[in-house]
Write a protein that binds this ligand. Structure first.
Ligand code: MTE
Ligand code: QUE
Ligand code: MOS
Length: 767
């Protein structure tokens, strides 16, 4: 493969980039309303925990424009749409478990009229005492799922005989997805009980399966179509399905097309967020700052139902080592139940919540050992020889972090800047600066093995144009662009020749959610597999027709060289068609090498690891608690990048989203369980002005993947979010400066101005 003809590695623009900025890229709710289209709106509970004793919907039914009203009794099929375990009734039939939980749904001639009608419900409740606090749930052992343990060695014994030992606790906040496009679905009834559902989901197969279950029809009656989402971030993995099910139900009952899109407030109240965690650790280390043992307690607040919490708390447990070898380790993961909306997937899937605990531990060890935190991090880093076994017994076989840390330390001028900051802080009483360099090691693969599969469908038309379809969904991350480059590469044609169409369950069935950063890895491989089938047929055909050896047939520059002749790719397509060669193929991929036994918590859950590191420099105002990020340097390993422009976009976007999680985004519920932060006025996501004024993002050069991934690239979607932990560590470093570095304060996440001020006050005067 010559460099000139390589399609992978090109910084192509996102294939909807123009559409995104001009508005031509259509989202579900942008469709021109169909003739007779109705609109659904959901009525939620006004109490946090309890039961309905009387529900009078007479006034709702009589309201202007109302066509239909349904409750749990009107669901013909399955009521509980919990994705893995039960616990998620589509409409409450029994106990109410959180404020805003859907009780009934209204169908009206317009969105506005449906919303107005919902307000007219007359409902009486019997209330029960809710559990709202994570610590309270933890103490009461109130769980949505049983605890789970991982261990290697004997942490208890190692801790007992340790000379240097400390305990600590870190509270880590949740996060609202705040996708620009909220949850939206449109169900269009067809012939013979069939239904087509256009929906903003990361998981079309799940939407199909659940609509079928709720309507009590086989899956083949439901087609789900997803062209793109205006952001998903994990919030549309399972939490898009209730709304497509409601739309499908009403569409079935009315025979009309039905749109169900949530208002921003309903979206924030009724759909799940990132799990907040309470992390406790008991740590032993030696005089040099080398870890000896850790005992972790990681408690995730799961809300009212299991949803994906088993896998999410597992992923927190899988990442509480981050990049460091722990000789003896014991990890308990708790899935605590509270009467709040069920927490769900969010970029990193529990990984960030586990990883930040380890980075807090690293800083504390450095503080106690009197060393630069970077030296302690390096000292504890995994290697590929002996200090290479994770708490789940997977060996680190290949590790780019030592090289990344060397390069980044040098390029960011870390040492000199740390010294300069210390010096400057000594003479700056109000403003204090801080700096931190933190690594990320993130396991790639769904830890639930069966999800690591993908399918694709490729057609070559007789004019040489190519149609590509696969099971992954586009949420802005550039998946379609990258898989298109894969197909272009394998056919050696220009990407413009290829069109990627909407993800559809009737084209590629039984797909996994687009999640775990594996979209390109698995769908790219499935597409490659399909292309190889078609290419193989073309080669066989040309070899016969032109009496040449297959080895003499070369695809290059939108052409095919057949012995001495050069044919245009479109001519080959046409000749193959005339020769009655099938130019359509499915492709399939299953990730190799992975296995995991959850019972013994050991195996090789991850095909490989994605790595990166960041240096953040911050300044805090010790009188107001405000913070700013002044400079960020990132070096991230995406293996051999398929599209460096898109990958850099993912790294920058992920970092900023992580920065929001750790600094300004704070979810607040009142004492009765009502979400107070239910709109942009009260929930603060990072603004463009929060972009660090110096923001150097680079992909690791000469990077590779030792595993046979798609063109040796590495997944990029989630890992960069955790690079923002460097900013949180830098803020903690800045607070420490208030005590002349004699104290290292507890700093909970998010480090909002209030929390920073609290931490400052806690150590002020201790110098
Ligand atoms: N990038 C954009 N622009 N929008 C998104 O919703 N989701 C993230 C990440 N990057 C997201 C994104 C999450 S949570 C995941 S798991 C991956 O993209 C999914 O896509 P991939 O597997 O194709 O990387
Ligand atoms: C990472 C992920 C997911 C995961 C495991 C990971 C994920 C997801 C599931 C999951 C688990 C069990 C199920 C299911 C999905 O696991 O996104 O339907 O039955 O949905 O390590 O991102
Ligand atoms: Mo991403 S949290 O795996 O959708």
């Amino acid at each position: 493969m010559s460099i000139e003809t390589s399609k992978v590695g090109l910084p192509l623009a996102h294939d909807s980039a123009r559409g995104h900025v001009t508005g031509a890229a259509a989202y579900v709710d942008d469709r021109v309303p169909l003739e007779g289209q109705f609109h659904a709106c959901i009525g939620g509970s006004a109490v946090t925990r309890g039961r309905v004793t009387r529900m009078d919907l007479t006034r709702v039914r009589a309201a202007a424009g109302v066509v239909d009203v349904i409750t749990a009794d009107d669901i013909p099929g399955v009521l509980d749409i919990g994705p893995v375990f039960p616990g998620d009734p589509l409409l409450v039939a029994d106990e109410i478990e959180y404020r805003g939980q859907p009780l009934f749904a209204v169908l009206a001639t317009s969105h506005e009229l449906a919303r107005r009608a919902v307000l007219l419900a007359d409902i009486e409740y019997e209330t029960l005492e809710p559990v709202l606090d994570l610590r309270q749930a933890m103490d009461a052992r109130y769980y949505v799922r049983p605890p789970h343990r991982m261990q290697r060695g004997d942490a208890h014994a190692a801790l007992e005989k340790a000379t240097r030992r400390f305990e600590g606790e870190l509270s880590v906040g949740g996060q609202e997805h705040f996708y620009l496009e909220g949850q939206a679905s449109l169900a269009i009834p067809g012939e013979d009980g069939s239904m087509t559902i256009y929906t903003s989901t990361q998981n079309p197969t799940e939407a199909q399966k659940l609509a079928a279950a709720v309507l009590d029809v086989p899956m083949h009656r439901i087609d789900v179509v997803t062209r793109r989402m205006g952001g998903g971030f994990g919030g549309k993995e399972t939490h898009g399905s209730p709304w497509s099910c409601i739309a499908a139900l009403f569409a079935r009952r009315s025979g009309h097309p039905v749109s169900c899109r949530l208002s921003r407030r309903d979206d924030m109240v009724m759909t799940g967020k990132r799990h907040n965690f309470l992390n406790q650790y008991d740590v032993a280390h030696d005089d040099d700052g080398r870890l000896e043992a850790i005992r972790y307690h990681l408690a995730g607040q799961c809300g009212s139902s299991p949803d994906l919490s088993d896998a999410i708390v597992d992923r927190a447990m899988f990442h509480c080592d981050n990049a460091y070898f722990i000789p003896d380790v014991l990890i308990d993961g708790l899935r605590c139940k509270t009467h709040t909306v069920s927490a769900t997937a969010f970029r990193g899937f529990g990984g960030p919540q586990g990883m930040i605990a380890m980075e807090a531990v690293m800083d504390e060890i450095a503080f106690r050992a009197g060393k630069d935190p970077l030296d302690v991090r390096r000292l504890n880093l995994y290697d590929t020889n002996e200090r290479n076994v994770t708490p789940y017994h997977q060996k680190i076989e290949s590790f780019s972090l030592p090289r990344i840390l060397d390069l980044l330390e040098e390029e960011s001028d870390y040492r000199a800047r740390r010294a300069a900051i210390r010096e400057a802080n000594a003479s700056s009483p109000v403003l204090k600066r801080g700096i931190a360099l933190t690594p990320v090691k993130f396991g790639i693969s769904f830890t639930v093995s069966h999800l690591n599969q993908a399918g694709a469908l490729v057609h070559v038309y007789s004019d040489g144009s190519i149609h590509l379809n696969h099971g992954g969904t586009e949420m802005g991350q550039g998946l379609m662009t990258k898989v298109r480059q894969v197909v272009a590469e394998e056919f050696q044609v220009s990407p413009e020749r290829i069109v990627v169409s909407a993800t559809r369950t009737d084209k590629v069935p039984n797909t996994s959610p687009t999640a775990a950063s594996s979209g390109t890895d698995i769908n790219g491989m499935a597409a490659l597999n399909a292309v190889r089938t078609i290419r193989g047929r073309m080669v066989d055909f040309l070899a016969r027709k032109y009496s040449v050896d297959g080895a003499e047939i070369v695809f290059q520059d939108d052409q095919v060289r057949v012995g001495g002749e050069i044919l245009d790719f479109s001519r080959v397509a046409k000749e193959a068609w005339l020769g009655r060669v099938s130019l359509s193929a499915t492709g399939f991929y299953r990730t190799p090498k992975i296995h995991y036994d959850r019972e013994s918590a050991s195996g090789r859950p991850f095909f490989y690891f994605a790595n990166g590191a960041a240096v953040s420099e911050v300044v805090i105002d010790t009188l107001t608690g405000e913070s700013r990020v002044l400079r960020v340097d990132i070096l991230h390993d995406v293996g051999r990048s398929i599209n460096p422009a898109i990958d850099i976009g993912q790294v920058e976007g992920g970092f900023i989203q992580g920065l929001g999680w750790l600094t300004c985004e704070e979810l607040k519920w009142d004492a009765s369980g009502r979400l107070l932060t239910d709109g942009p006025a009260t929930y603060k996501i990072p603004a463009i002005s929060d972009t660090p004024p110096v923001f150097n993002t680079r992909l690791l050069e000469a990077a590779d993947n030792d595993e046979e991934t798609i063109f040796r690239s590495k997944a990029v979607g989630e890992p960069p979010l955790m690079l923002a932990i460097s900013a949180w560590c830098a803020i903690r470093d800045a607070v420490s400066a208030v005590s002349g570095y004699r104290e290292l304060p507890v700093l909970n996440a998010p480090a909002t101005p209030e929390e920073i001020l609290r931490a400052v006050e806690s150590i002020r005067g201790m110098s």
